[in-house]
Design a protein around this ligand. Sequence first.
Ligand code: ADP
Ligand code: ADP
Length: 223
Amino acid sequence: MKLAAESLGKQYRENTWGIRDVTIEMEEGIHGLLGPNGAGKSTLMKILTTVMKPSTGKVHWNGTDIINSPAAVRSELGYLPQDFGVYPDLTAEEFLEYIAALRGLNSEAASARIEEMLALTNLQWARDDKLKSFSGGMRQRVGIAQALVNDPNLLVVDEPTVGLDPEERVRFRNVLSNTANDRIVILSTHIVPDVEATANRVALLDRGHLVTHTRPEDLVQRV
Ligand code: ADP
Ligand code: ADP
């Protein structure tokens, strides 16, 4: 699998570029997208997930130009948005059944997949509890479960540990680490330990520019 962006730029206004001249290639594993507020993380993610068109440059998913053919990646995409809202009165299992149905899984495939996802996210014990009773960390793990229901080849996770307490953060990281086999995971965050603990590669953004895309251990020496 390969996601390749070449010379990507996004101009919002005359003197405002969200990102500028970003060239990056990603293969299987977790890629941390690290940078302070305003660095361009959201802009880059929106372009890579075809939510937004760039002003300049190209994106190829396994060789297909996804700026012109976004369907080529959309069917293979899993997404956990930053403000992940759940249906408070559904149980975890009901919510995942609903998402699976939306994604077109038949009920047999859905129930097998939901079992796997509840196990992966350590939520089997809470499957019959309503989401409104869930802690922040449990909600984020439900968020990962729903993003993985259709076994996506590209998983995008936006600032997933904001607001979690340290213990929940570690739990979330462990779950995330277990999702990275055979897919590309993009983890946007400004929390360095999230990246150190999980990422195979780190893309460091600063004021719209890609500073480096390297192994986390190499990054520590730079900052
Ligand atoms: P991050 O996700 O790293 O916080 P963003 O991609 O949201 O960064 O923003 C990058 C830059 O682009 C910032 O200067 C931001 O203010 C600007 N920007 C983002 N979205 C818009 C928009 N819709 N209109 C104008 N400027 C924007
Ligand atoms: P993030 O840092 O994740 O982008 P923000 O709160 O900065 O979160 O941005 C929330 C939304 O507002 C995003 O969709 C972003 O693109 C948009 N946005 C960010 N900066 C600006 C801006 N200067 N003008 C208009 N929209 C913006």
